[in-house]
Design a protein around this ligand. Structure first.
Ligand SMILES: Nc1ncnc2c1ncn2[C@@H]1O[C@H](COP(=O)(O)OP(=O)(O)OP(=O)(O)O)[C@@H](O)[C@H]1O
Ligand SMILES: [Mg+2]
Length: 354
């Protein structure tokens, strides 16, 4: 029997997850320990493959590691300068000024961002615009397939946008190529759903791989990092509660611990922005909450804004300060977490299907 035209297109409502509307910004912080004052490091490079720290880390770092150092997922490799400053950001971090000479407040400006994965394929992002300010923690929510991961990946150009602009601290990422793009990417730390650790490497080496974009191929292959990097990695591991695990292999850790390594690795980059893609999907609810609390605490302490894709609306509302709702590549909502109510979620999670 022929289908009637009116039945060919129908509107189907997907109920958003049932949630209790929480207070905003109440993320629980994880353990915070005091870092021992000095590890006895002197200036210069530290070969983390052969030496032990004077501070007495039992076991050292070199013994149980195997495999070569691959490129860190969030820090593309490039040759660094002969002497390595803590962070070699240059003029590309200067904010743009308007006609009156007033600096823009936004750390990140996303303008009319579009994507299609192939020339003839469907448009996945259909012109998304928003600004991220220095103290924002954005949750990006929306149904599966809405384009959340694509949006995050277009911002650091792991996926190529087909239109629009991404401007980080005044520098237009979308117009960069080669070395300039690799340098700009160092400013964007990424935290992944599946952690993307190198399982057979130590926790310490995984965290240090966040510096690969700074130290260059040669030194990273020899596992030679500036001692200031080693000290920073230790400090970060203490702060995420993994001070006892620096020498463990990544595959010896639980999921929540692995994600803490991922957080420390992302912050090793000294990022100006944290891009986070479903950080809790592989974790049970209790650990998921701890990990979100850790991301919030660490990003606040580092003064780094966060863009976080997250399926779990309850967690999004609990930890984020602002929300973007995506549906089918379109921004359906943007606003403070406190403005999200049931009708907002109904609209974000309503979909038309053929
Ligand atoms: N590499 C790819 N090639 C072609 N199409 C892709 C690719 N990656 C994603 N897509 C398509 O782009 C659309 C958006 O996908 P995306 O992964 O960004 O959605 P999402 O909102 O992150 O979904 P989820 O919540 O399930 O992670 C989907 O239709 C998906 O099939
Ligand atoms: Mg996704």
């Amino acid at each position: 029997m022929a289908e009637t035209p009116s039945a060919a297109v129908r509107s189907v409502r997907f109920e958003p997850p049932a949630i209790d509307m929480p207070e905003t910004g109440t993320g629980s912080a994880g353990d915070e320990r005091t870092l021992p004052g000095s590890f006895g490091l002197s200036d210069g490079f530290q070969d983390v493959g052969r030496r032990r720290l004077a501070g007495g880390l039992a076991g050292g770092w070199g013994g149980r590691r195997s495999g070569s150092i691959p490129g860190g997922p969030s820090a593309p490799v490039e040759e660094g300068p002969a002497s390595l400053p803590e962070c070699s950001l240059k003029a590309d971090s200067q904010p743009e000024k308007d006609q009156k000479g007033v600096a823009h407040m936004a750390t990140l400006e996303v303008r009319e961002l579009k994507n299609r994965y192939s020339r003839t394929g469907p448009e996945v992002l259909k012109g998304i615009s928003f600004n991220v300010e220095a103290d924002d923690f954005f949750a990006i929510i929306g149904p599966s397939g809405a384009g959340k991961s694509t949006l995050i990946r277009c911002i650091n150009r792991l996926v190529e946008p087909s239109g629009g602009d991404v401007i980080l601290n005044g520098a237009n990422i979308t117009r960069m190529g080669g070395r300039e793009l690799r340098r700009a990417r160092r400013n964007m730390g990424m935290i992944f759903q599946e952690f993307n650790l190198v399982e057979r490497m130590s926790v310490m080496d995984n965290v240090l791989s966040g510096r690969l974009g700074y130290v260059g191929n040669f030194r990273s292959l020899l596992r030679m990092y500036p001692k200031s990097d080693v000290q920073k990695a230790l400090e970060l591991l203490e702060r995420v509660g993994l001070g006892e695990f620096v020498d463990n292999r990544a595959d010896e850790l639980s999921g929540g611990q692995r994600q803490r390594v991922g957080i420390a690795r992302a912050l090793m980059q000294n990022p100006k922005l944290l891009l986070v893609d479903e950080p809790t999907s592989s974790l049970d609810p209790k650990i998921a909450r701890e990990v979100m609390g850790m991301i919030k605490k660490m990003s606040e302490e580092a003064g780094v804004p966060v863009l976080c894709n997250i399926h779990d609306v309850q967690l999004a509302l609990e930890f984020a300060s602002k929300v973007i709702g995506l549906q089918d590549g379109i921004k359906k909502f943007e606003g403070p977490t406190g403005d999200v109510d049931k009708s907002t979620l109904d609209e974000i999670y309503a979909m038309e299907v053929l």
